[in-house]
Design a binder for this molecule. Structure first.
Ligand SMILES: *[C@@H]1O[C@H](CO)[C@@H](O)[C@H](O)[C@H]1NC(C)=O
Length: 345
């Protein structure tokens, strides 16, 4: 087992113990974000009754994609800053063309100036691992995508893992379990590209045959339907806001302060190490290193020299694939070829 996996599994155990005691436990003096039942916090967006199934205790939701429809839900309220989190298990086996999205957005209210923070899981052909991306948009900055793409250090279809979007007035952190995988610090030059208006949480499963897997090369195969993603122990915690009134007055200062006292707000040195390892080993695309797309990296980019060296100028990882032929004298390298992950969208 490599060192990253070892340290991650150790932290996962610690976190699981913590969660048993207190969901998303914060500091002793701070009220902690609590698990919210579906009835209390969410409403179905699309898909019929048979595509969104709720458990008896109402803390677990199964979203089905079949040949008729996918399914989705959203939080009933919108939040100006907050923590959005769920334990998620993704569909297994043949998942090409499927997208499971867990994201915050206010696109319903602000069509042209929407904000968005995304986890998007991109299905894959059998035997190939799930990949996923994170992204953000602020005030309708759809022409400035800020995608990063990664693989995972575990099989996300085998067990629940917690995925968290933490958003305050000064930073955004994406977490998987206890590992911060991406941190964006607000920076004056970002201006309104940093999301600043109230957002709702969304969770969806849908057929993205034209886009998701190898740029649409592999379609959803409904022979394997239904495709089910399970979400449990949902958390939405933040300043509940009416997005229209919000533009007139801001009374979320107190909740903003409270969010900053949660442990999610502070990346410990150990977590920083885990984040660095994750990004060095599992990130295979980053807009910050894609100088073909952004000759000058957007202002929030903090350029890591090791990553820049790895990504060269496309932001896209190149692997060297060696073809070996086994001979009586042992293996021999026949050719060496550099290829890119076929992953354009
Ligand atoms: C967001 O964009 C709109 C339209 O371009 C602009 O009028 C508004 O001032 C922007 N908001 C912020 C906070 O910059």
């Amino acid at each position: 087992m490599n060192q990253l996996l070892y340290s991650l599994s150790k932290t996962t155990v610690c976190i699981s113990l913590l969660l048993l005691l207190h969901p998303l436990a914060g500091g002793a003096t701070t009220p902690s974000p609590q698990i919210v039942s579906f009835e209390k916090g969410f409403t179905q967006l699309f898909g019929g009754d048979s595509n969104l199934l709720r458990s008896d205790d109402d803390n677990t939701v199964h979203l089905h994609l079949n040949q008729y429809t996918g399914a989705g839900f959203r939080s009933s309220d919108m939040y100006n800053h907050g923590i959005f989190s769920a334990k998620i298990k993704l569909p297994s086996d043949y998942t090409a063309g499927i997208v499971v999205a867990f994201y915050t957005s206010n696109g319903d209210v602000f069509e042209k100036t929407h904000d968005e923070l995304d986890f998007e899981f991109l299905g894959n052909i059998k035997g190939k691992p799930w990949r996923f991306q994170t992204n953000l948009y602020g005030n309708g900055s759809t022409s400035r995508g800020r995608e990063e793409r990664y693989t995972l250090w575990f099989d996300p279809s085998k067990a629940y893992h917690r995925y968290t979007i933490f958003w305050t007035s000064s930073k955004i952190i994406f977490y998987i379990d206890d590992v911060p995988i991406r941190e964006i610090l607000r920076n004056d030059e970002m201006g309104s590209d940093f999301p600043s208006k109230p957002m709702a949480l969304y969770a969806t499963i849908w057929d993205a045959s034209n886009w998701a897997t190898n740029g649409g090369k592999y379609k959803v195969n409904y022979k394997y339907a239904p495709f089910v993603t399970e979400m449990t122990d949902l958390v939405v915690h933040g300043c509940v806001s009416n997005p229209i009134q919000e533009l007139l007055n801001d009374n979320c200062a107190q909740m903003d302060k409270q969010l900053e006292t949660l442990h999610f707000n502070t990346i410990t040195p150990k977590q920083k190490t885990a984040m660095k390892r994750f990004r060095e080993r599992y990130m295979y695309y980053s807009y910050c290193y894609d100088t073909l797309r952004y000759p000058i990296p957007p202002p929030e980019c903090v350029i890591d020299l090791a990553l820049r060296q790895r990504f060269k100028e496309t932001g896209r990882l190149k692997f060297e694939r060696r073809h070996r032929r086994h001979t009586k004298k042992g293996s021999q390298i026949l050719s060496s070829q550099v290829y890119e992950i076929q992953d354009q969208d």
